[in-house]
Design a protein around this ligand. Sequence first.
Ligand code: ADP
Ligand code: MG
Length: 212
Amino acid sequence: MNNTEFATLPLAPALIDNLASLEYVQMTPIQAQSLPLILEGKDIIAKAKTGSGKTAAFGLGLLSRLDVSLLEVQALVLCPTRELADQVAREVRRLARTLANVKLVTLCGGSPSAPQSASLAFGAHIVVGTPGRILKHLDKGTLRLANLNTLVLDEADRMLDMGFTDEINRVIEHAPRHRQTLLFSATYPEGIAQMSQGVQRAPVEVSVEAQH
Ligand code: ADP
Ligand code: MG
């Protein structure tokens, strides 16, 4: 077994078995660089191009910290668009399919918020969504982050471009200070360092450069 196989990681056997059944055997380069650090609980800034497997990097991290017996929101993934949030939700559900009863709710703008509130009332472990709608649920009190342990900013460069910085900061005001914060991005414009400074603690940077 070489050291970029998922089986070398300290993951629950149910997750390792599921990865094998999904035919995920070798970690992608960004997964190999980031997952050991994520599983140690470090904050990270991970930069790698689209299609490099960033979702499974943070998805396996947040699933590893999940206590399924506690039906409270423990992980929150912020995405720039509904389409990207749906993709992340699909991949995280796939990764979680051998863990019993993991509840994931997506909260995006453009959908009525009453059914979202009803889903939240039934209980959720993981929330994936766009910053504006998540903030709306936080302000209404239908979403609470008192038990949050993992916050993910996915496609942070796009969220920056789309002007979500203020909403992201307001979402984070509702989160506990003691948490792991993972920032993923395809590019590293100046604003990313600033965003990180406000929300992360001693982040480790990892990046996989495009091959030429
Ligand atoms: P990114 O977020 O970096 O754009 P994704 O997380 O969407 O990339 O992953 C791209 C594709 O690669 C997805 O279809 C995913 O299922 C697949 N994938 C991710 N990691 C692995 C792996 N280790 N082995 C095989 N396929 C993988
Ligand atoms: Mg992605």
